[in-house]
Write a protein that binds this ligand. Structure first.
Ligand SMILES: [Zn+2]
Length: 141
Protein backbone atom coordinates (compact mmCIF):
# COMPACT_ATOMS: atom_id res chain seq x y z
CA UNK A 1 0.00 0.00 0.00
CA UNK A 2 1.93 3.00 -1.22
CA UNK A 3 1.21 6.28 0.51
CA UNK A 4 0.83 8.30 -2.65
CA UNK A 5 -1.59 5.87 -4.34
CA UNK A 6 -3.90 5.31 -1.39
CA UNK A 7 -4.00 8.99 -0.47
CA UNK A 8 -5.40 10.01 -3.86
CA UNK A 9 -9.06 9.70 -2.91
CA UNK A 10 -8.58 9.91 0.83
CA UNK A 11 -11.08 12.26 2.47
CA UNK A 12 -8.64 13.12 5.27
CA UNK A 13 -5.83 13.91 2.80
CA UNK A 14 -8.28 16.26 1.07
CA UNK A 15 -8.95 17.99 4.39
CA UNK A 16 -5.18 18.28 4.98
CA UNK A 17 -4.75 19.84 1.53
CA UNK A 18 -7.61 22.26 2.16
CA UNK A 19 -9.74 20.73 -0.62
CA UNK A 20 -12.46 19.91 1.92
CA UNK A 21 -13.47 22.14 4.83
CA UNK A 22 -13.27 21.12 8.48
CA UNK A 23 -13.97 22.53 11.92
CA UNK A 24 -10.31 22.79 12.83
CA UNK A 25 -9.28 22.63 16.47
CA UNK A 26 -5.50 22.12 16.17
CA UNK A 27 -2.80 22.20 13.54
CA UNK A 28 0.97 21.97 13.43
CA UNK A 29 3.35 20.96 10.67
CA UNK A 30 2.66 17.23 11.04
CA UNK A 31 -0.79 16.86 12.61
CA UNK A 32 -4.31 18.17 12.29
CA UNK A 33 -7.34 17.87 14.57
CA UNK A 34 -10.92 18.71 13.71
CA UNK A 35 -14.48 17.99 14.79
CA UNK A 36 -15.98 14.75 13.48
CA UNK A 37 -18.86 15.77 11.19
CA UNK A 38 -20.69 12.61 12.29
CA UNK A 39 -20.11 12.95 16.02
CA UNK A 40 -20.99 10.31 18.60
CA UNK A 41 -21.33 13.25 21.01
CA UNK A 42 -20.81 16.98 20.76
CA UNK A 43 -17.12 17.81 20.83
CA UNK A 44 -16.10 14.54 19.12
CA UNK A 45 -12.62 15.30 17.76
CA UNK A 46 -10.43 13.41 15.29
CA UNK A 47 -6.65 13.78 15.35
CA UNK A 48 -4.76 12.74 12.22
CA UNK A 49 -1.20 12.77 10.93
CA UNK A 50 -1.00 15.00 7.84
CA UNK A 51 0.92 12.27 6.08
CA UNK A 52 -1.21 9.41 4.82
CA UNK A 53 -0.71 6.25 6.87
CA UNK A 54 -3.41 3.63 6.77
CA UNK A 55 -3.02 2.43 10.37
CA UNK A 56 -0.86 3.22 13.38
CA UNK A 57 1.21 0.15 12.46
CA UNK A 58 2.42 2.06 9.40
CA UNK A 59 3.46 5.14 11.40
CA UNK A 60 7.06 5.74 12.45
CA UNK A 61 7.46 5.48 16.23
CA UNK A 62 8.36 9.14 16.68
CA UNK A 63 5.19 10.29 14.89
CA UNK A 64 3.15 7.88 16.98
CA UNK A 65 4.69 9.24 20.17
CA UNK A 66 3.97 12.80 19.07
CA UNK A 67 0.33 12.20 18.17
CA UNK A 68 -0.54 10.79 21.61
CA UNK A 69 0.82 13.96 23.23
CA UNK A 70 -1.51 16.02 21.03
CA UNK A 71 -4.39 13.72 22.01
CA UNK A 72 -3.53 14.43 25.66
CA UNK A 73 -3.46 18.17 25.10
CA UNK A 74 -6.80 18.25 23.25
CA UNK A 75 -8.44 15.86 25.72
CA UNK A 76 -7.54 18.18 28.60
CA UNK A 77 -9.13 21.10 26.73
CA UNK A 78 -12.31 19.10 25.99
CA UNK A 79 -12.72 18.03 29.61
CA UNK A 80 -12.23 21.64 30.67
CA UNK A 81 -14.60 23.32 28.21
CA UNK A 82 -17.45 20.85 28.81
CA UNK A 83 -16.69 20.60 32.52
CA UNK A 84 -16.66 16.79 32.37
CA UNK A 85 -14.41 14.05 33.71
CA UNK A 86 -14.71 11.42 31.00
CA UNK A 87 -14.10 10.73 27.38
CA UNK A 88 -13.34 7.75 25.17
CA UNK A 89 -10.05 7.82 23.30
CA UNK A 90 -10.32 5.35 20.50
CA UNK A 91 -8.37 3.98 17.56
CA UNK A 92 -10.20 1.70 15.14
CA UNK A 93 -7.64 -0.39 13.30
CA UNK A 94 -9.06 -2.12 10.24
CA UNK A 95 -12.48 -2.45 8.67
CA UNK A 96 -13.80 -5.09 11.07
CA UNK A 97 -12.89 -2.79 13.96
CA UNK A 98 -14.94 0.02 12.47
CA UNK A 99 -12.19 1.96 10.68
CA UNK A 100 -14.13 3.64 7.88
CA UNK A 101 -11.47 6.05 6.57
CA UNK A 102 -8.17 4.26 5.83
CA UNK A 103 -6.06 7.14 7.18
CA UNK A 104 -4.95 6.98 10.81
CA UNK A 105 -7.26 8.89 13.12
CA UNK A 106 -7.67 8.93 16.86
CA UNK A 107 -11.10 9.71 18.26
CA UNK A 108 -11.70 11.76 21.38
CA UNK A 109 -15.35 11.35 22.36
CA UNK A 110 -16.57 13.44 25.29
CA UNK A 111 -18.81 11.50 27.70
CA UNK A 112 -21.53 13.15 29.73
CA UNK A 113 -23.39 11.94 32.80
CA UNK A 114 -26.56 12.09 30.69
CA UNK A 115 -25.09 9.48 28.29
CA UNK A 116 -26.68 6.12 28.04
CA UNK A 117 -23.35 4.51 28.73
CA UNK A 118 -22.95 1.18 27.03
CA UNK A 119 -20.22 -1.17 28.05
CA UNK A 120 -18.71 -3.41 25.42
CA UNK A 121 -20.34 -6.83 25.33
CA UNK A 122 -18.13 -9.50 26.84
CA UNK A 123 -17.52 -13.14 25.98
CA UNK A 124 -16.71 -16.21 28.00
CA UNK A 125 -13.53 -17.83 26.66
CA UNK A 126 -12.44 -21.15 28.20
CA UNK A 127 -9.42 -20.85 30.52
CA UNK A 128 -7.31 -23.17 28.38
CA UNK A 129 -7.87 -21.04 25.30
CA UNK A 130 -7.16 -17.84 27.28
CA UNK A 131 -3.77 -19.27 28.33
CA UNK A 132 -3.02 -20.39 24.79
CA UNK A 133 -3.84 -16.95 23.35
CA UNK A 134 -1.78 -15.18 26.02
CA UNK A 135 1.19 -17.44 25.29
CA UNK A 136 0.88 -16.93 21.53
CA UNK A 137 0.83 -13.15 21.87
CA UNK A 138 3.69 -13.16 24.38
CA UNK A 139 5.82 -15.37 22.14
CA UNK A 140 5.14 -13.28 19.03
CA UNK A 141 6.34 -9.98 20.49
ZN1 LIG B 1 -5.13 10.09 3.65
Amino acid sequence: MSNSDSSFDCIFCKIVKGKLPCFKVYEDKSFLAFLNVNPVNKGHVLIIPKKHYETILDMPNDALSQIILIVKKITKAILRIFNIDSCNIDINLGKEAGQIVPHVHIHIIPRFSSDEFKEWPTKQIPEEEMQEIANKIKNSL
